[in-house]
Design a protein around this ligand. Structure first.
Ligand code: ADP
Length: 283
């Protein structure tokens, strides 16, 4: 099945949004977001808490429907009416709180709900050997050397668990992977592991939507960057259009941090706090 996921890099985006938005009654959760997701490319969605990231994912994942703007999948205007419909169109979402059963072996989690059976009718039974083999192979294809497909998934590190979820989505035919803050709860090393798999998924021709609030995680793997602030897009940039510094200062708080630092500089020049703020702005 993994052959089906080997997408050719075409010029047409798999997903495109034009001035998309979402209102909940009178509350505007998201407005005017435009960007695209292409096969073999990573679109990063950056924003601080409350910026609208979850709302945006829910629209792409089919969990909520947009109320403004246009959503195109394979060039065709559409509304994704359920997560099932999004999945059927090859859009898979890996949420931060992964739906795994910690005590079950890795292979069982990999195939949960889509078990492989051998034989037919009432005498059919689980093809455990095939599932273990496939799990190992698919994880190896993503660069994860699993010692034993039988080990409980709960014994893997947070980063590895994210990677199993990514490999699973790829195996079951995803063309676009939406990753909901996969590095948010991880330390530096584990984040590096996940970023490597994001790059791997891109190499395999998938389109990736990588949600994060960390420009240091987004910049190395991203091809496009959408920055959200308080429910609005403040830009959709290609990597050639911006530097790491631009991305950092555009992130929520960037501008505020600068003016706060300038303010502190005036009133508290030379104090430790002013120096600390200046350093933060420079980071
Ligand atoms: P993020 O994921 O970036 O933290 P969200 O998409 O969760 O941001 O939220 C964006 C804004 O939309 C917030 O101000 C939030 O309060 C509002 N919002 C999100 N979901 C709902 C909802 N179901 N009803 C009303 N307002 C909502």
């Amino acid at each position: 099945m993994s052959d089906e996921t080997q997408q050719t890099r075409s010029d047409e985006p798999v997903i495109e949004v034009r001035d998309i938005g979402k209102r909940y009654g009178n509350i505007i959760a998201l407005s005017d977001v435009s960007t695209s997701v292409r096969a073999g490319a990573v679109t990063c969605v950056l924003g601080d808490n409350g910026a609208g990231k979850s709302t945006f994912i829910k629209i792409l994942a089919g969990a909520h429907q947009h109320t403004d703007g246009t959503l195109l999948v394979d060039g065709e205007e559409t509304t994704l009416s359920s997560p099932r419909e999004a999945l059927d169109r090859g859009i898979a979402t890996v949420y931060q709180d992964l739906a795994v059963v910690p005590l079950m072996p890795v292979w069982r989690n990999f195939f949960l709900g889509s078990e492989v059976r051998k034989g037919f009718g009432p005498t059919s039974r689980l093809d455990i050997a095939a599932m273990k083999r496939t799990t190992k192979e698919e994880l190896a294809a993503m660069g994860i050397d699993l010692r034993d497909a039988d080990q409980p998934i709960g014994t893997l590190s947070g980063g590895e668990r994210q990677c199993v979820a990514i490999a699973r989505a790829v195996y079951f035919g995803a063309r676009v992977l939406i990753l909901d803050e996969p590095t948010a709860a991880l330390g530096v090393k584990q984040s590096g592991v996940v970023l490597k798999y994001i790059a791997k998924a891109r190499e395999r021709g998938l389109g990736v939507v990588f949600i994060t609030h960390n420009p240091h995680h987004a910049f190395p793997v991203g091809d496009r960057f959408v920055i959200l602030r308080r429910g609005r897009s403040i830009g959709d940039f290609s990597k050639t259009d911006l530097s790491m510094d631009d991305l950092t200062s555009m992130m929520a708080g960037g501008a505020e941090l600068e003016s706060l630092a300038a303010e502190l500089e005036k009133t508290m020049a030379g104090t430790a706090l002013a120096e600390e703020m200046k350093a933060k702005v420079k980071q």
